[in-house]
Ligand binder design. Structure first.
Ligand code: CAA
Length: 282
């Protein structure tokens, strides 16, 4: 399977990060978002991210400029007909993802792989949106994508071996290590990581310690690169909540109940870095 052009739907922090990884690996990228002005801002953010790498001496200005010439804003999905792989990286809402996948299915090359970067929705369920679910696969990146070495490649019930194996090759082409995962609530990493974050919110809400103490505890006592509450702010509290809700519902086990404080913060619109207020202010 050839990988030359990758289409990405959703130009939020994950979509931009995936675009950066693809362009750095020499692939052409078509980047789409429902919000045209957000799309323009995202391309600017991507350019700024390459500029930071230049200023840190990680890449040359020629390499940054070369990577940016491979990134194309694609306000219409029609442009995705030329893509070898399509990656849905929109918000964690099943209906929105299904609508996007239907739109992609209508324009995609019949041989293209269609992937989702969902952090919580069932791959098998999303695959059912496509005429040919064997071409559908989970490709779960981690935030911040340029800094994180892992991609979970997730096999839905009907994912073909050819689709799965080609997706592992693509992840490696992007410089990532792939782990092979069977579709299940939270997959592997979020099933372990997000309940840990949720527990940190319980510890905060019960007044055992303040946010900074909890985070320092896990940084210094467990050698985590950042504390669980700071990580929740990075991921987005709405995403953390939706992952907990899926794990709780699908495993039907009360030990995965979302912390009430997490839900309240999401209700208040305090979603972490993206709203400039979460467990910390930004
Ligand atoms: N965007 C792009 N690159 C970034 C970045 C960002 N927002 N933040 C950091 N980086 C890069 C830096 O450019 C730097 O790269 P180089 O080494 O090539 O220079 C590297 O990351 C390290 O950055 P810093 O030295 O500035 O900062 P740090 O050493 O404190 O590391 C961190 C920052 C990588 C975010 C680190 O704190 C970390 O690993 N935190 C944990 C992140 C994590 O657990 N992510 C998974 C979240 S779960 C998820 O994403 C799945 C889901 O479905 C919810």
């Amino acid at each position: 399977m050839k990988f030359e052009t990758i289409g990405i739907v959703g130009a939020g922090q994950m979509g931009i990060g995936i675009a950066q990884a693809c362009a750095t690996a020499g692939l052409d990228v078509m980047l789409n978002d429902v919000d045209a002005s957000a799309l323009t801002r995202s391309v600017d953010r991507l350019s700024a991210s390459f500029d930071r790498l230049v200023s840190k001496g990680k890449i040359t200005s020629g390499e940054a400029a070369g990577a940016m010439t491979r990134v194309h804003a694609a306000p219409k999905l029609g442009a995705f007909a030329a893509c070898d792989v399509l990656i849905e990286a929109a918000t964690e809402n099943v209906r929105i993802k299904q609508q996007i996948l239907q739109g992609l299915d209508a324009v995609a090359n019949p041989d293209a792989i269609v992937a989702t970067n969902t952090s919580s929705v069932s791959i098998t369920k999303l695959a059912a949106t496509l005429a040919d679910p064997s071409r559908f696969v989970g490709m779960h990146f981690f935030n911040p994508v340029p800094a994180m070495a892992l991609v979970e490649v997730i096999r839905g019930m009907q994912t073909s071996d050819a689709t799965f194996d080609a997706t592992v090759v693509l992840a490696e082409r992007l410089g990532k290590s792939a782990i092979q995962v069977k579709n299940a609530p939270g997959f592997v990493v979020n099933r372990i990581l997000v309940p840990m974050i949720n527990e940190a919110v319980f510890v905060l809400q019960e007044g055992c310690a303040g946010a900074e103490e909890i985070d320092a505890g896990m940084r210094l006592g467990a050698n985590h690169p950042m504390g669980p509450l700071a990580l929740a702010d990075l991921i987005g509290l709405d995403t953390v909540l939706s992952i907990m809700e899926v794990i709780h519902r699908d495993l039907n086990d009360t030990k995965y109940r979302p912390a009430p404080l997490l839900r309240e913060m999401v209700d208040a619109g305090c979603l972490g870095r993206k709203t400039k207020q979460g467990f910390y202010s930004y």
